[in-house]
Design a protein around this ligand. Sequence first.
Ligand code: SF4
Length: 495
Amino acid sequence: MNKSFYRENAKKAIADDKLQAAIDLIQDRLGKGILNLWKEKPEMDELRNRVKAAKNKNLKNLDILLAQLADSVEARGGHVFFAETAEEARLYTIELAKRRHVKLVVKGKSMLSAEIKIDQALVDAGIEHWETDLGEYLVQLDEDIPSHIIAPAVHMNREHIGDLLAKRIGMPLSYDPPTLTLAARKALRRKFLKADMGITGCNIAIAETGQVSLVSNEGNIRMAGTMPPIHVALMGMERIVANMQEHKDMLQLLTLGAAMQKISTYVSFNGGPVAEGCPDGPQEFHLIIIDNGRSKILADETFSEILNCIRCGACLNVCPVYGKIGGHSYNRATCSGPIGAVIEPLLNGINAQADLCKGETLCGACLKACPVKNDIPRMLLALREKLAYGDEKWAVEQQNPLEELAFRGVGAAMVSPGLWHTGEKVVRAIMKKKPHQNNMVTAMSGPGRAWTEDRDLPPIAEKSFARLWKEKLENRPLPAEKKEGSSAKDEGEEK
Ligand code: SF4
């Protein structure tokens, strides 16, 4: 993905009024909502701190917890597979599907399934697959990708959806949301009834009980995990808690952060084949615990905090950059917004995803909104530092050696007044020669060009602050000479 992709798509998104209106709506409702909630209910801080502490503790004991989880799932009759890479996870799933002669897969919404590119693997294996979350279903029908963690089709308006469903599932043209939803639901019901395998993600895994909990508002994930005879759950290795108490706390933050809900409509606990006497459930349950670069993040204390993320999407809903450029501009990565700007470079290469971490404003809104207080601005700065100086451990090539040289020059000038004033004169002279409008410089060239591409630049003042100060001191009237016999009171009055 080249550098211009981010910029070009950001420009298009900014000019797209419909997209701007759609993002405004979600940011207004959910973004402002979560910030107000934390402000109005300071007592929630205790819960946030408790979850963060539990997450930190669990990351430190991840090997033990994952082993416990695997034992617990197996004790329930489920299968566990540890996949070091995305490829291993894909292979396991596809081989299992082939062994069981799977022809149709229904999927529950899962960011991890997009990360490991399971859809393409299913297509390559000749297996039909359908997303069952309404937003994801629309995105699939449109051969598009999601543009928000919890609202994947936020970029589509009802007219777009009406046209799409009329074209792709043959329903009579309608722009009425309930009619559209009902039509999609009917089409998906048929898929659920015929599916041989369900693939879901995992919101939270509970080591103690050997279950994964799955959260949805549409009930589709519950059906994807119980109706087909095989359920495959994809789990990022960090998505684990030790016990039910920790689960309760985290679930509360997840649903609040995601949609300002005290609890989502459906919370399902899956962890093995259907129990005896139970009417619903799969005959086989497979949990694939996926690393895919997470161990490397965990081993780096600068970035390990990002593994506390519960993928609630709250940071997207308050981010001024996401609010303008939308999700697709983030190099069409799995995660967009502030969380994407950190996790995508770490998982897919810091140089390759440099625009993502450089595009954010560091305003700190994401840190305020994040239920687990992930310090995203700090991590963005750390990524930028790696780009500025290069980093062997993360195989980062220094992005622009001239930039380092320039800043070293500025640093040297700042401690040498003579050098600073000479530099000031040179830059002032250059700026004077550039095109002006309303006393603003409208176009710089060379390395300064980017500064005036989208806005005008104020010229350097004719006189620096140091010069003005010096002149002020030089022109200051001398204090009147002290008259003999004047009292301290007189002096005070003069002042
Ligand atoms: S970084 Fe925080 S706010 Fe953003 S998705 Fe993760 S948990 Fe939610």
